[in-house]
Design a protein around this ligand. Structure first.
Ligand SMILES: C[S@@+](CC[C@H](N)C(=O)[O-])C[C@H]1O[C@@H](n2cnc3c(N)ncnc32)[C@H](O)[C@@H]1O
Length: 329
């Protein structure tokens, strides 16, 4: 048997990057694209192997990959998966659960409110409820347009990995000095590596100046857009990978879609496993991973400012017709 045939029977192979890619968890694997239901795949994974679980579950809003059901049924269906996630999470590990709203007959049900008690009952502790805001989306006529989703960051114990220095952002006033009398009087009061980025990851233009994280959601004109209707921006996951894991750790996405979480993990030398039951999304995830290896992945790098039209461009000017309307703006 040739090496290639052998690797095929093992359902793993080496890429040009010498990563061991597989379709099932094993200790020697480095990237796993697991096709199937998460509950089956997780049952094959050992206790405590994952340092970071980061995901955006189906929201039960009738996307092409889900069948909409009553909210209580939806939560019941997911509960066995939540239990498995807590089992496979390492004692130093983190679980980041990114959700938006479930909407029924125009009534809004923020999903994080429903998931919080479930994870709390399973023993996890909440460290942050991160607000991820973006400028674009549907325009509502019966309520204010929604422009944020949340990311619940839980840990399993008090002994968790947190590398704040890896994700600091520049201070707004780096020249600020200590003003209280004492040995530090007159010395810079901030941290030379920058300040804590806070729990609001906000879409603004000059993030470096204002020290807020700037992560646009993945819509049609975003360079990372694929066939998936609800993709993560890679950048959002990178923040969590860098702050909550170390090199070589396992990052797990139990609803991995087109593999954005896996790409973020691999970019930073972490091992990555994704579970996804639609083969077309797994194929797309593999294609993107190959593009990452060949340097061709369309990707919005951390910190790249969002395009902001100048005042001279037509799209940023008030239409002439509106100038005559009272209150037009
Ligand atoms: C919100 S999307 C996640 C998208 C992903 N974050 C990305 O960047 O592509 C949820 C995904 O979970 C998948 N899915 C839903 N239920 C699943 C299950 N029980 N097991 C595995 N995958 C599932 C869906 O097919 C869908 O692609």
């Amino acid at each position: 048997m040739t090496k290639t045939e052998f690797m095929a029977t093992q359902q793993s192979f080496f890429t040009e990057e010498h990563k061991v890619i597989s379709d099932a968890y094993s200790e020697s694997a480095e990237i796993v694209f697991a096709l199937g239901d998460s509950i089956e795949i997780l049952s094959q994974c050992p206790n405590g192997f994952a340092s970071l679980i980061i995901t955006s579950p189906p929201y039960n809003i009738g996307k092409e990959y889900e069948s909409q059901t009553r909210l209580d049924h939806y939560l019941e269906q997911l509960h066995p998966i939540l239990k498995e996630l807590v089992r496979v999470l390492s004692p130093q590990g983190s679980l980041c659960w990114q959700v938006g709203n479930y909407v029924d007959k125009s009534e809004v049900f923020p999903l994080d409110i429903y998931f919080y008690p479930l994870f709390k009952k399973l023993g996890l502790q909440l460290r942050n409820r991160i607000i991820w805001t973006f400028e674009h989306g549907l325009h509502c006529s019966v309520r204010f347009s929604g422009r944020y989703e949340t990311l619940l960051w839980f840990t399993k114990t008090d002994e968790y990995t947190f590398n704040l220095d890896a994700v600091r952002v520049p201070s707004k006033y780096p020249g600020k000095t200590n003003f209280r009398p004492g040995p530090k009087y007159g010395l810079p009061s901030g941290n030379p590596l920058g300040k804590n980025p806070s729990d609001v990851w906000k879409l603004i233009v000059k993030e470096w100046e204002l020290g807020l994280w700037n992560i646009p959601n993945v819509k049609a004109n975003h360079p990372e857009k694929t066939i998936h209707p609800c993709q993560f921006p890679i950048e959002l996951v990178e923040r969590c990978v860098l702050s909550l894991t170390s090199e070589g750790d396992w990052v797990l996405d139990p609803f991995s879609g087109v593999g954005s979480a896996l790409l973020a993990a691999v970019r930073h030398n972490r091992r990555a496993i994704g579970c996804e039951r639609e083969s077309k999304y797994i194929d797309e995830a593999k294609r993107r991973m190959n593009m990452l290896f060949s340097g061709e992945l369309p990707y919005r790098p951390i910190g790249k400012p969002v395009y902001q039209p100048t005042e001279r461009e037509k799209m940023s000017q008030i239409p002439q017709q509106w100038l005559t309307i009272e209150g037009g703006r």
